[in-house]
Design a protein around this ligand. Structure first.
Ligand code: GFB
Length: 326
Protein backbone atom coordinates (compact mmCIF):
# COMPACT_ATOMS: atom_id res chain seq x y z
CA UNK A 1 0.00 0.00 0.00
CA UNK A 2 1.39 3.40 -0.95
CA UNK A 3 1.91 5.74 1.99
CA UNK A 4 1.02 9.42 2.00
CA UNK A 5 4.68 10.30 1.65
CA UNK A 6 5.41 8.32 -1.51
CA UNK A 7 2.14 9.21 -3.26
CA UNK A 8 2.13 12.48 -5.13
CA UNK A 9 -0.88 12.85 -7.42
CA UNK A 10 0.47 14.54 -10.53
CA UNK A 11 -1.09 17.67 -11.92
CA UNK A 12 -3.66 17.06 -14.64
CA UNK A 13 -2.16 16.88 -18.12
CA UNK A 14 -5.56 16.69 -19.81
CA UNK A 15 -8.70 18.51 -18.69
CA UNK A 16 -11.84 16.57 -19.67
CA UNK A 17 -14.08 19.64 -19.49
CA UNK A 18 -15.90 20.22 -22.76
CA UNK A 19 -13.94 17.49 -24.55
CA UNK A 20 -15.36 14.97 -27.04
CA UNK A 21 -14.21 11.50 -26.02
CA UNK A 22 -14.71 8.50 -28.27
CA UNK A 23 -15.06 5.21 -26.40
CA UNK A 24 -14.17 2.62 -29.04
CA UNK A 25 -15.78 -0.69 -28.09
CA UNK A 26 -18.65 0.80 -26.10
CA UNK A 27 -20.79 -2.35 -26.27
CA UNK A 28 -18.21 -4.53 -24.51
CA UNK A 29 -17.87 -4.96 -20.76
CA UNK A 30 -14.96 -2.51 -20.54
CA UNK A 31 -16.23 0.07 -23.02
CA UNK A 32 -19.69 0.19 -21.47
CA UNK A 33 -18.18 0.68 -18.01
CA UNK A 34 -16.01 3.53 -19.34
CA UNK A 35 -19.08 5.15 -20.92
CA UNK A 36 -20.94 4.89 -17.57
CA UNK A 37 -17.98 6.40 -15.71
CA UNK A 38 -17.45 9.23 -18.19
CA UNK A 39 -21.13 10.09 -17.71
CA UNK A 40 -20.07 11.69 -14.41
CA UNK A 41 -17.54 13.97 -16.15
CA UNK A 42 -18.18 17.30 -17.91
CA UNK A 43 -17.37 15.85 -21.34
CA UNK A 44 -19.27 14.51 -24.35
CA UNK A 45 -19.03 10.78 -24.98
CA UNK A 46 -18.98 9.56 -28.59
CA UNK A 47 -19.80 6.00 -29.58
CA UNK A 48 -19.95 4.27 -32.97
CA UNK A 49 -22.15 1.25 -33.60
CA UNK A 50 -20.66 -1.64 -35.57
CA UNK A 51 -23.23 -1.07 -38.33
CA UNK A 52 -21.71 2.38 -38.84
CA UNK A 53 -18.00 1.71 -38.28
CA UNK A 54 -16.34 -1.69 -38.63
CA UNK A 55 -13.16 -1.05 -36.64
CA UNK A 56 -11.29 -3.66 -38.71
CA UNK A 57 -11.70 -1.48 -41.83
CA UNK A 58 -9.26 1.40 -42.06
CA UNK A 59 -11.39 3.52 -44.42
CA UNK A 60 -14.41 3.32 -42.10
CA UNK A 61 -12.36 4.27 -39.03
CA UNK A 62 -10.72 7.20 -40.81
CA UNK A 63 -14.05 8.44 -42.21
CA UNK A 64 -15.60 8.33 -38.72
CA UNK A 65 -12.67 10.26 -37.21
CA UNK A 66 -12.80 12.88 -39.98
CA UNK A 67 -16.48 13.55 -39.26
CA UNK A 68 -16.60 13.27 -35.47
CA UNK A 69 -13.18 14.79 -34.62
CA UNK A 70 -12.84 13.54 -31.02
CA UNK A 71 -10.40 15.26 -28.68
CA UNK A 72 -9.55 11.95 -27.01
CA UNK A 73 -10.06 8.21 -27.49
CA UNK A 74 -10.35 5.35 -25.04
CA UNK A 75 -9.43 2.29 -27.09
CA UNK A 76 -11.43 -0.43 -25.33
CA UNK A 77 -12.44 -2.29 -28.50
CA UNK A 78 -10.93 -5.78 -28.74
CA UNK A 79 -11.63 -9.39 -29.56
CA UNK A 80 -11.42 -10.99 -26.11
CA UNK A 81 -12.08 -14.36 -24.53
CA UNK A 82 -10.98 -16.88 -21.95
CA UNK A 83 -8.29 -19.51 -22.14
CA UNK A 84 -10.26 -21.86 -24.43
CA UNK A 85 -11.42 -19.20 -26.91
CA UNK A 86 -7.87 -17.80 -27.11
CA UNK A 87 -6.35 -21.14 -28.01
CA UNK A 88 -9.20 -22.19 -30.35
CA UNK A 89 -9.32 -19.03 -32.49
CA UNK A 90 -5.70 -17.79 -32.76
CA UNK A 91 -6.20 -16.16 -36.17
CA UNK A 92 -9.24 -14.18 -35.05
CA UNK A 93 -7.49 -13.02 -31.89
CA UNK A 94 -4.32 -11.80 -33.59
CA UNK A 95 -5.89 -10.43 -36.79
CA UNK A 96 -8.87 -8.57 -35.33
CA UNK A 97 -6.89 -7.01 -32.51
CA UNK A 98 -4.02 -5.91 -34.76
CA UNK A 99 -6.43 -4.34 -37.25
CA UNK A 100 -8.51 -2.52 -34.63
CA UNK A 101 -5.43 -1.07 -32.91
CA UNK A 102 -3.57 -0.10 -36.06
CA UNK A 103 -6.62 1.55 -37.61
CA UNK A 104 -7.55 3.55 -34.51
CA UNK A 105 -4.04 4.55 -33.43
CA UNK A 106 -2.93 5.58 -36.93
CA UNK A 107 -6.31 7.23 -37.53
CA UNK A 108 -5.97 9.18 -34.27
CA UNK A 109 -2.57 10.48 -35.37
CA UNK A 110 -3.94 11.40 -38.80
CA UNK A 111 -6.96 13.21 -37.31
CA UNK A 112 -4.88 15.13 -34.74
CA UNK A 113 -6.51 13.48 -31.71
CA UNK A 114 -4.84 14.94 -28.61
CA UNK A 115 -5.06 12.00 -26.19
CA UNK A 116 -5.47 8.26 -26.62
CA UNK A 117 -5.62 5.57 -23.94
CA UNK A 118 -5.00 2.07 -25.27
CA UNK A 119 -6.12 -0.88 -23.12
CA UNK A 120 -4.18 -4.13 -23.17
CA UNK A 121 -3.98 -7.09 -20.83
CA UNK A 122 -1.70 -8.62 -18.21
CA UNK A 123 -1.09 -11.57 -20.58
CA UNK A 124 1.45 -9.40 -22.45
CA UNK A 125 4.02 -10.37 -19.82
CA UNK A 126 6.24 -13.47 -19.98
CA UNK A 127 4.62 -16.66 -18.71
CA UNK A 128 7.11 -16.99 -15.87
CA UNK A 129 7.66 -13.30 -15.09
CA UNK A 130 8.76 -12.58 -11.49
CA UNK A 131 5.73 -11.83 -9.27
CA UNK A 132 4.27 -9.32 -8.75
CA UNK A 133 4.87 -8.38 -12.38
CA UNK A 134 6.55 -5.02 -12.83
CA UNK A 135 6.11 -3.01 -16.03
CA UNK A 136 9.81 -3.67 -16.80
CA UNK A 137 9.06 -7.37 -17.38
CA UNK A 138 7.63 -6.67 -20.85
CA UNK A 139 9.50 -8.62 -23.57
CA UNK A 140 11.91 -10.31 -21.17
CA UNK A 141 10.82 -13.91 -21.81
CA UNK A 142 8.51 -16.33 -23.67
CA UNK A 143 4.74 -15.80 -23.54
CA UNK A 144 2.06 -18.20 -22.26
CA UNK A 145 1.22 -20.34 -25.34
CA UNK A 146 -2.57 -20.42 -24.75
CA UNK A 147 -2.82 -16.68 -25.35
CA UNK A 148 0.30 -15.69 -27.26
CA UNK A 149 -1.68 -14.53 -30.32
CA UNK A 150 -3.75 -12.10 -28.28
CA UNK A 151 -0.69 -11.07 -26.26
CA UNK A 152 1.37 -10.34 -29.40
CA UNK A 153 -1.44 -8.15 -30.74
CA UNK A 154 -1.66 -6.26 -27.45
CA UNK A 155 2.12 -5.80 -27.33
CA UNK A 156 1.88 -4.38 -30.86
CA UNK A 157 -0.72 -1.89 -29.57
CA UNK A 158 1.67 -0.70 -26.86
CA UNK A 159 4.45 -0.38 -29.42
CA UNK A 160 2.17 1.58 -31.78
CA UNK A 161 1.47 4.12 -29.02
CA UNK A 162 5.18 4.38 -28.21
CA UNK A 163 6.13 4.71 -31.88
CA UNK A 164 3.63 7.50 -32.60
CA UNK A 165 4.79 9.27 -29.42
CA UNK A 166 8.45 8.94 -30.44
CA UNK A 167 8.07 9.88 -34.10
CA UNK A 168 5.17 12.33 -34.07
CA UNK A 169 4.89 13.46 -30.43
CA UNK A 170 1.37 12.03 -30.06
CA UNK A 171 0.20 11.86 -26.45
CA UNK A 172 -0.91 8.23 -26.69
CA UNK A 173 -0.61 6.04 -23.57
CA UNK A 174 -1.29 2.40 -22.68
CA UNK A 175 -2.71 0.70 -19.59
CA UNK A 176 -2.54 -3.04 -18.88
CA UNK A 177 -5.46 -4.27 -16.75
CA UNK A 178 -5.33 -7.56 -14.92
CA UNK A 179 -8.16 -10.14 -15.34
CA UNK A 180 -11.46 -8.24 -15.41
CA UNK A 181 -15.02 -9.11 -14.44
CA UNK A 182 -18.31 -7.39 -13.70
CA UNK A 183 -21.63 -6.32 -15.25
CA UNK A 184 -21.72 -6.91 -19.00
CA UNK A 185 -19.26 -9.82 -18.87
CA UNK A 186 -19.50 -12.76 -21.27
CA UNK A 187 -21.25 -15.69 -19.54
CA UNK A 188 -21.05 -18.06 -22.53
CA UNK A 189 -19.07 -21.05 -21.20
CA UNK A 190 -17.25 -21.67 -24.49
CA UNK A 191 -15.83 -18.14 -24.69
CA UNK A 192 -15.88 -16.68 -21.18
CA UNK A 193 -13.18 -16.07 -18.62
CA UNK A 194 -13.10 -18.08 -15.43
CA UNK A 195 -15.08 -15.82 -13.08
CA UNK A 196 -18.29 -15.59 -15.11
CA UNK A 197 -17.90 -19.25 -16.15
CA UNK A 198 -17.76 -20.44 -12.55
CA UNK A 199 -20.64 -18.14 -11.63
CA UNK A 200 -22.86 -19.76 -14.27
CA UNK A 201 -21.75 -23.30 -13.40
CA UNK A 202 -22.18 -22.85 -9.65
CA UNK A 203 -25.52 -21.07 -10.06
CA UNK A 204 -26.83 -23.93 -12.25
CA UNK A 205 -25.44 -26.56 -9.86
CA UNK A 206 -27.34 -24.95 -6.99
CA UNK A 207 -30.56 -24.77 -9.01
CA UNK A 208 -30.26 -28.39 -10.14
CA UNK A 209 -29.09 -29.71 -6.76
CA UNK A 210 -25.78 -31.07 -8.14
CA UNK A 211 -23.22 -32.33 -5.64
CA UNK A 212 -20.16 -31.12 -7.58
CA UNK A 213 -19.08 -28.47 -10.10
CA UNK A 214 -16.42 -29.00 -12.75
CA UNK A 215 -13.41 -26.67 -12.68
CA UNK A 216 -10.96 -26.70 -15.57
CA UNK A 217 -7.30 -27.48 -14.86
CA UNK A 218 -5.86 -28.04 -11.39
CA UNK A 219 -7.49 -25.12 -9.57
CA UNK A 220 -3.99 -24.05 -8.49
CA UNK A 221 -3.24 -21.16 -10.91
CA UNK A 222 -3.40 -17.77 -9.24
CA UNK A 223 -5.22 -14.82 -10.76
CA UNK A 224 -5.86 -11.21 -9.79
CA UNK A 225 -9.41 -9.97 -10.48
CA UNK A 226 -10.36 -6.32 -11.03
CA UNK A 227 -13.98 -5.13 -11.12
CA UNK A 228 -14.65 -3.38 -14.41
CA UNK A 229 -16.06 -0.27 -12.70
CA UNK A 230 -12.71 0.09 -10.92
CA UNK A 231 -10.95 -0.21 -14.28
CA UNK A 232 -13.22 2.48 -15.74
CA UNK A 233 -12.38 4.78 -12.85
CA UNK A 234 -8.67 4.11 -13.38
CA UNK A 235 -9.07 4.93 -17.08
CA UNK A 236 -10.54 8.35 -16.29
CA UNK A 237 -7.74 8.99 -13.78
CA UNK A 238 -5.08 7.99 -16.32
CA UNK A 239 -6.68 10.07 -19.07
CA UNK A 240 -6.27 13.05 -16.78
CA UNK A 241 -2.80 12.46 -15.36
CA UNK A 242 -0.78 9.87 -17.26
CA UNK A 243 1.51 10.91 -20.09
CA UNK A 244 4.38 8.40 -19.95
CA UNK A 245 5.74 5.96 -22.49
CA UNK A 246 5.48 2.90 -20.23
CA UNK A 247 2.33 0.75 -20.42
CA UNK A 248 1.07 1.08 -16.84
CA UNK A 249 -0.34 -1.85 -14.84
CA UNK A 250 -3.91 -1.63 -13.48
CA UNK A 251 -4.91 -4.13 -10.81
CA UNK A 252 -5.78 -4.64 -7.17
CA UNK A 253 -2.40 -5.93 -5.97
CA UNK A 254 -3.86 -9.20 -4.58
CA UNK A 255 -4.65 -12.58 -6.12
CA UNK A 256 -6.37 -15.88 -5.32
CA UNK A 257 -6.15 -19.44 -6.59
CA UNK A 258 -8.87 -20.64 -8.95
CA UNK A 259 -10.07 -22.97 -6.19
CA UNK A 260 -10.35 -20.02 -3.77
CA UNK A 261 -12.24 -18.08 -6.43
CA UNK A 262 -14.69 -20.97 -6.81
CA UNK A 263 -15.19 -21.07 -3.03
CA UNK A 264 -15.89 -17.33 -2.90
CA UNK A 265 -18.41 -17.59 -5.75
CA UNK A 266 -20.06 -20.59 -4.06
CA UNK A 267 -20.48 -18.52 -0.91
CA UNK A 268 -22.09 -15.64 -2.83
CA UNK A 269 -24.41 -18.03 -4.68
CA UNK A 270 -25.22 -20.09 -1.58
CA UNK A 271 -23.94 -23.37 -3.09
CA UNK A 272 -22.78 -25.97 -0.56
CA UNK A 273 -21.64 -28.78 -2.90
CA UNK A 274 -18.06 -29.61 -3.88
CA UNK A 275 -15.73 -29.22 -6.88
CA UNK A 276 -13.95 -31.62 -9.21
CA UNK A 277 -11.01 -30.73 -11.44
CA UNK A 278 -10.71 -31.54 -15.15
CA UNK A 279 -6.99 -32.07 -15.78
CA UNK A 280 -7.57 -32.33 -19.54
CA UNK A 281 -8.13 -28.54 -19.62
CA UNK A 282 -5.15 -26.16 -19.50
CA UNK A 283 -4.06 -24.20 -16.42
CA UNK A 284 -2.45 -21.47 -18.50
CA UNK A 285 -0.03 -19.09 -16.78
CA UNK A 286 0.68 -20.32 -13.23
CA UNK A 287 0.43 -16.82 -11.73
CA UNK A 288 -0.37 -13.33 -13.02
CA UNK A 289 -0.24 -10.75 -10.22
CA UNK A 290 0.54 -7.20 -11.30
CA UNK A 291 2.85 -4.82 -9.47
CA UNK A 292 0.59 -1.77 -9.15
CA UNK A 293 3.02 0.50 -7.28
CA UNK A 294 3.38 2.86 -10.26
CA UNK A 295 -0.40 3.43 -10.39
CA UNK A 296 -0.58 3.87 -6.61
CA UNK A 297 2.06 6.54 -6.80
CA UNK A 298 -0.25 8.34 -9.23
CA UNK A 299 -2.92 8.35 -6.51
CA UNK A 300 -5.26 5.55 -7.65
CA UNK A 301 -6.36 2.34 -5.93
CA UNK A 302 -9.13 -0.19 -6.61
CA UNK A 303 -12.21 0.09 -4.37
CA UNK A 304 -13.99 -3.23 -4.82
CA UNK A 305 -12.88 -6.17 -2.69
CA UNK A 306 -13.24 -9.46 -4.57
CA UNK A 307 -16.07 -10.46 -2.21
CA UNK A 308 -18.07 -7.28 -2.89
CA UNK A 309 -17.30 -7.44 -6.61
CA UNK A 310 -18.54 -11.03 -6.87
CA UNK A 311 -21.72 -10.14 -4.94
CA UNK A 312 -22.33 -7.13 -7.21
CA UNK A 313 -21.73 -9.16 -10.37
CA UNK A 314 -23.94 -12.01 -9.17
CA UNK A 315 -26.81 -9.56 -8.54
CA UNK A 316 -26.32 -8.23 -12.08
CA UNK A 317 -26.27 -11.78 -13.46
CA UNK A 318 -29.53 -12.67 -11.68
CA UNK A 319 -31.23 -9.56 -13.03
CA UNK A 320 -29.98 -10.05 -16.59
CA UNK A 321 -29.65 -13.80 -17.07
CA UNK A 322 -32.67 -14.09 -19.33
CA UNK A 323 -30.86 -11.90 -21.90
CA UNK A 324 -27.50 -13.69 -21.67
CA UNK A 325 -26.03 -16.47 -23.77
CA UNK A 326 -24.97 -19.00 -21.15
O1 GFB B 1 -10.00 -16.68 -17.11
P1 GFB B 1 -9.32 -17.66 -17.98
O2 GFB B 1 -10.09 -18.27 -19.08
O3 GFB B 1 -8.03 -17.06 -18.62
O4 GFB B 1 -8.82 -18.89 -17.05
P2 GFB B 1 -6.49 -16.78 -18.26
C1 GFB B 1 -8.14 -18.69 -15.83
C2 GFB B 1 -7.91 -20.02 -15.14
O5 GFB B 1 -9.18 -20.55 -14.72
C3 GFB B 1 -7.28 -21.11 -16.01
C4 GFB B 1 -9.29 -21.91 -15.09
O6 GFB B 1 -6.38 -21.85 -15.21
C5 GFB B 1 -8.49 -21.98 -16.39
O7 GFB B 1 -8.15 -23.31 -16.71
N1 GFB B 1 -10.71 -22.31 -15.21
C6 GFB B 1 -11.34 -23.20 -14.40
C7 GFB B 1 -11.58 -21.89 -16.13
N2 GFB B 1 -12.59 -23.40 -14.81
C8 GFB B 1 -12.78 -22.59 -15.88
C9 GFB B 1 -13.90 -22.36 -16.74
O8 GFB B 1 -14.97 -22.94 -16.60
N3 GFB B 1 -13.74 -21.43 -17.72
C10 GFB B 1 -12.56 -20.76 -17.90
N4 GFB B 1 -12.47 -19.85 -18.89
N5 GFB B 1 -11.47 -20.99 -17.13
C11 GFB B 1 -6.84 -15.22 -20.25
C12 GFB B 1 -6.20 -15.09 -21.58
O9 GFB B 1 -6.04 -16.11 -19.57
O10 GFB B 1 -6.84 -14.03 -19.49
C13 GFB B 1 -6.53 -13.85 -22.27
O11 GFB B 1 -6.50 -16.24 -22.34
C14 GFB B 1 -6.59 -12.65 -21.38
O12 GFB B 1 -5.57 -13.64 -23.26
C15 GFB B 1 -7.32 -12.93 -20.09
O13 GFB B 1 -5.32 -12.17 -21.07
C16 GFB B 1 -7.30 -11.75 -19.13
O14 GFB B 1 -6.34 -15.86 -17.10
O15 GFB B 1 -5.71 -18.05 -18.14
Amino acid sequence: MASATDTAVPASVFDLTGKKIWVAGHRGMVGSAVVRRLGAEPCTVLTADRSRVDLRRQSEVEAWLDVEKPDAIVLAAAKVGGILANSTYPADFIYENLMIEANIIHGAYRAGVKRLLFLGSSCIYPRLAPQPIHEDALLTGPLEPTNEWYAIAKIAGIKLCQAYRAQYGCDFVSAMPTNLYGPGDNFDLKASHVLPALMVKIHKAKQEGLSSVEIWGSGKPQREFLHVDDLADACVHLLRVYAEDVAINVGTGTDVTIRELAEQIAEAVGYTGGFHFDASKPDGTPRKLLDVSHLRRLGWEARYSLKDGIAHTYRWFLENQSNLRA
